[in-house]
Design a protein around this ligand. Structure first.
Ligand SMILES: NC(=O)c1ccc[n+]([C@@H]2O[C@H](COP(=O)([O-])OP(=O)(O)OC[C@H]3O[C@@H](n4cnc5c(N)ncnc54)[C@H](O)[C@@H]3O)[C@@H](O)[C@H]2O)c1
Length: 359
């Protein structure tokens, strides 16, 4: 079996989750790690048996001096672009954590770099491997709901759950707040279920409502520093899609409420909600509610396996990176609409019109 040599950039929280699953696969070797905080890189190397000589504080040095087939990019959102481009340029396959980047332009360049290099570029949406989401997509594409004209998508929002590290809350590292952190999942989930209709326009609001408050209570969440809070902790966006479906995306890291509700889809012949997956229809002269029995799967394990498998095959990426690029442009439009206080068009660059996935 061909060995797969993997490097890791960013040795924080999620990198350790990557490592745990990588170590389960006998064909995978974690060959190097880079983190700007040296102790973190060293601790990671010790824990996951990375050769001591292959610990770096500079990811370019790591990519230059250690031979590897693939790299996991586990840095803050605004540091996804640089390592991805540098790795792809050297012919190294990339698994980049979500969100793909901190802007549409960055994401587009990353996608183009992967096509030029003929290497896998996969965005770390483990949600794509969740049986529930796959079943939901199958139900919608079967036509069981008729024409889906409206959906709401959210992970539910957190009453208190602002991430406690600068990675997520300082503009320089995060590039944005809850939209980029959790909203990207909500957006990807719903677009995936709908089969990626083209986005048309967006009307959105964002708020930094609780994050900057010195007196906010942090019970039930992680402590954060209100003085370094520079992003939004709430977003709501109405997204018009080609074909007539309108999506309401809502997300929150902190609010004075328990929940923002659930993800659901309304169609002319049926409706559907997620978590738990239920389908609502009129059948046999009755209103029916169907619950779907789903297999138990660890989506994170599936994501890591799918990436390694794609690397061994030489592509394609298990998740089409083009879809994540489109999402990034939608998120740009959400921020623009919130800033301007009005509806804006989602402007997709012409490069995105070619839909083929390479390699
Ligand atoms: N898929 C998931 O379930 C999931 C969960 C958590 C986080 N994430 C994503 O993973 C990314 C990292 O999140 P985290 O929770 O691990 O954050 P973290 O703060 O725990 O770790 C980030 C690490 O990157 C390092 N870093 C920063 N700049 C660097 C650079 N230029 N070169 C090398 N290292 C650098 C930091 O020192 C830190 O150790 C984020 O984009 C986040 O959205 C994904």
């Amino acid at each position: 079996m061909k060995r797969v040599r993997v490097g890791v950039v960013g040795a924080g929280g999620i990198a350790n989750v990557h490592a745990r699953y990588l170590r389960e696969m006998p064909e995978v070797e974690i060959v190097a790690v880079a983190d700007v905080v040296e102790e973190r890189a060293r601790a990671f190397a010790e824990k996951w048996w990375v050769p001591r000589d292959n610990v770096f504080t500079n990811y370019i040095e790591m990519l230059e001096s250690v031979e590897m087939d693939a790299v996991c990019i586990c840095t803050p959102h605004a540091v996804h672009y640089g390592p991805s481009i540098e790795a792809l340029r050297r012919g190294i396959h990339v698994l980049v954590e979500k969100p793909m980047a901190s802007s549409g332009r960055e994401a587009l360049e990353m996608w183009e770099a992967s096509r030029r290099a003929g290497r896998v570029l996969m965005v770390g949406y483990q949600t794509r491997f969740a049986p529930e989401l796959r079943a939901a997509r199958r139900i919608v594409s079967s036509g069981a709901l008729g024409r889906v004209y409206y959906c709401e998508t959210t992970l539910g929002g957190r009453r208190r759950g602002i991430p406690g590290t600068p990675t997520f809350v300082t503009r320089r590292l995060a590039g944005g707040g809850v939209l980029l952190d959790l909203g990207c999942y909500a957006l990807d989930n719903a677009l995936y279920v709908l089969g990626f209709p083209r986005p048309v326009s967006v009307s959105a609001v964002t708020e930094a409502a609780i994050g900057p408050q010195e007196t906010a209570v942090v019970e039930g969440g992680w402590p954060w520093n209100p003085r370094e809070f520079e992003v939004e902790d709430f977003v709501a966006a109405l997204i018009r899609l080609e074909g007539g479906c309108t999506m309401l995306l809502k997300e929150s890291w902190a609010m004075h409420a328990e929940t923002l509700g659930t993800t659901f889809f309304l169609g002319t012949r049926g409706g559907m909600r997620l978590q738990p997956l239920e389908v609502y229809r009129d059948e046999w002269g009755y209103m029916t509610t169907t619950t779907i029995k789903l297999p138990e799967v660890d989506p994170f394990r599936e994501k890591m396996r799918a990436f390694i498998e794609a690397v061994r095959r030489g592509g394609p990426s298990p998740i089409d990176p083009r879809e994540a690029v489109v999402e990034q442009f939608i998120m740009d439009a959400i921020y623009e609409s919130a800033r301007r206080g009005r509806e804006v068009e989602v402007r997709l660059p012409p490069e995105l019109e070619q839909s083929s996935q390479e390699p």
